[in-house]
Design a protein around this ligand. Structure first.
Ligand code: FE
Length: 204
């Protein structure tokens, strides 16, 4: 595993400046093609993204055999749908139930399952989220507008360079007979991080 893992992201703006400076130097000296860099970024912003994860979740909701494979070996089950690649080598799916709600954080930096969720949102990389998600997950959920029953346990998973987690939310009630595509449209990015819930059928 040769994952670059920078654990000091406290100076984000400085990091951005350094990245920009580095990019200029590499481009000026012919090491990188700016068009190729743009293509790489565009790929993760538009082609690879939470819609991939939503397709995985919807399939898990309608296909019990797929669901079983997903919780046995998520990386392989996700690859069945054609989603694989960088930062997705070892994905673990965690199941929300009536009694347990799962939430994902990377306390050290911003490890995230790129093939299914794309690039992490800014708040995921922020120091307040990284520290509060573990210490007061219920408070964080409240900030995201999510209130769970008091007897629902909240389990927080700390992502690493080795293991990245995908939350499989509960299927919304009132969606019996819905197609995978209809169901996938209810799956939000935050519901797969655990800071949100899927949309209700009425809202979808
Ligand atoms: Fe990380």
């Amino acid at each position: 595993m040769t994952d670059h893992h920078d654990h000091d992201h406290s100076e984000l703006s400085e990091t951005e400046l350094r990245v920009r400076a580095l990019e200029s130097v590499l481009t000026e000296n012919g090491y990188v093609d700016p068009a190729a860099l743009d293509l790489l970024i565009e790929t993760y912003e538009t082609k690879v993204g939470p819609r991939n994860g939503a397709a995985v979740v919807a399939k898990a909701w309608v296909d019990p055999a797929y669901r079983a494979r997903l919780f046995t070996d998520a990386t392989a089950a996700i690859a069945e749908l054609g989603y694989e690649g960088r930062q997705g080598e070892h994905i673990v799916a965690v199941e929300n139930t009536e009694t347990t709600h799962n939430m994902v954080v990377c306390t050290l930096c911003s490890c995230y399952p790129w093939p299914v969720l794309g690039l992490p949102p800014v708040w995921y990389k922020s120091a307040p989220y990284r520290s509060r998600a573990v210490k007061e997950p219920r408070g964080v959920l409240a900030d995201f507008g999510v209130t769970l029953p008091d007897d629902t346990a909240i389990r927080v998973w700390d992502s690493t360079a080795e293991i990245r987690y995908l939350v499989i939310p509960m299927r919304p009630k009132g969606t019996e007979g819905w197609s995978e595509q209809q169901l996938a449209d209810l799956v939000t990015r935050d519901s797969m991080i655990g800071t949100g819930l899927p949309n209700a059928p009425e809202a979808g």
